[in-house]
Design a protein around this ligand. Structure first.
Ligand code: SF4
Length: 430
């Protein structure tokens, strides 16, 4: 069988693989990992997320999720109050009571996450022991796991990484004689999952499972013959945990845009030893449809400049998409953390000479942004309003995590997330 040749050749020394990176370790403006609960609770439909935190944590979750609740929410906050902080109450006993009440009221919960926060870390509440204790008390009806969503030294997408990493030990094992299976890792909208399922099916790749699954009772099996594709770029701990269980990552760019999706699928096809002609036959019509849907966005975006503040860890794949498929120039691409191994294929596709930065010193970065006067700034909510007031056009990074943007059918929707702010700005100044 002939190997699958990528659409655009990827060379290890091409693009920005060897480019210098500006590393900054100053004040940061990002949401904490609790934010991930907003999309994870909608994805795993029988899971509940109990934040063990303060009223601030409760407000963050409620205001971020408030507009999206259509049914009884599957998240809540067990408030740590002054008595707990002063060590006057037995926080473990109170937590057990809260969990008992919750589970007796909500028999639909099959998986309970105790989510740590800054306050629970400060009082050193051991949530892993609490989870083990509560699992013993509530199995087989409910499994209790824990992870940290604390904002201390983390960024908001790491909440998903920590959540999925905590789930990896629960995945059932398959032995080495089992046929190879593909695991797609990272929360995707159901509509995107369904599209990828059909594509893998047409290609002849399978069995395919998605992680996280839609139901906690449907955890995908894992073993030495499991190959996994990252669908999100912020899952380094999860990838490490999967590799520790014998699964092997398929190196690939991320499935953003027509090109990214093509290369992502081709990487899986190559791992499955499929004929290039067959892969091209399956993929080409979808890719061409995506490329033609992108054309009208390219007319509006080509030649414009974009500046990325570090926020979601999607910045490098998005920068690659904007520059290669929409003709934008990249003034600066900032990322909270640069995982060189997981980003190798993306970095090799970025135009040589792109200014890359990792971490943040927000005032210095704002100065660079103001000096550059880019046409589009991708940043967190906290920076967007002040920059808009200064006349800049912004895109909220968090919207790119909430919106289905992966795959061929979403390529134009992804581009539209960037054209709309420019159209809005044009209307404002007209
Ligand atoms: S976890 Fe920390 S950063 Fe996040 S809302 Fe609670 S106190 Fe704030």
């Amino acid at each position: 069988m002939s190997p699958v040749i990528p659409l655009h050749p990827i060379g290890a020394s091409a693009g920005c693989n060897d480019a210098p990176v500006l590393r900054e370790r100053g004040q940061r403006e990002v949401f904490c990992g609790l934010t991930g609960i907003i999309w994870l609770h909608r994805k795993i439909q029988d899971a509940f997320f109990l934040v063990v935190g303060s009223r601030t944590c409760a407000h963050l979750i409620q205001s971020a999720a408030g507009v999206m609740i259509f049914a009884e929410p599957r998240f809540a906050t067990a408030i740590i109050d002054e008595r707990d902080l002063a060590g006057l109450a037995d926080a473990n006993a109170e937590l057990d009571r809260v969990v008992e009440r919750l589970l007796s009221r909500r028999p639909d919960i099959k998986l309970l996450f105790l989510v740590g926060s800054c306050p629970s870390e400060v009082i050193k509440l051991d949530l892993s022991r609490a989870a083990a204790r509560l699992t013993t008390a509530h199995l087989p009806k409910v499994r209790v796991l824990n992870y940290s969503g604390s904002g201390i030294e983390t960024t908001f997408t790491q909440g998903e990484d920590a959540c999925l990493a905590s789930l990896v030990p629960e995945l059932p094992a398959v032995d080495s004689s089992a046929p190879p299976n593909l695991l797609v890792v990272g929360a995707l909208a159901d509509v995107v999952e369904d599209q990828f399922t059909r594509l893998f099916d047409e290609l002849g790749i399978g069995p395919v499972q998605f992680f996280p699954p839609r139901q906690a009772s449907d955890l995908p099996p894992i073993g030495l013959n499991t190959r996994f594709l990252l669908a999100q770029p912020f899952l380094s701990d999860t990838a490490r945990a999967l590799e520790a269980r014998g699964a092997r990552r398929i190196p690939a760019p991320f499935p953003l845009g027509a090109e990214g999706t093509t290369l992502w699928l081709q990487a899986a096809a190559s791992a499955w030893g499929l004929e290039q002609a067959h892969v091209e036959h399956v993929i080409a019509p979808k890719r061409e449809r995506a490329e033609s849907a992108l054309a009208r966005h390219r007319l509006q975006l080509a030649g414009r400049s974009a500046f990325f503040f570090p926020d979601s860890q999607l910045e490098i794949p998005l920068g690659r998409f904007l520059s290669r498929e929409l003709g934008m120039t990249l003034t600066e691409v900032g990322t909270p953390y640069l995982h060189r191994q997981h980003m190798a294929e993306e970095l090799s596709l970025l135009p040589a000479g792109t200014c890359l930065s990792e971490g943040q010193d927000v005032d210095k970065q704002l100065d660079r942004c103001r000096a550059a006067q880019p046409d589009m700034v991708v940043c967190g909510l906290g920076l967007a309003n002040p920059l808009e007031a200064e006349g800049m056009t912004t895109k909220w990074a968090i919207e790119l995590v909430f919106t289905p943007i992966q795959g061929f059918d979403q390529a134009a929707d992804l581009a539209a997330l960037f054209t709309r702010p420019l159209q809005r700005r044009a209307r404002l100044v007209a």
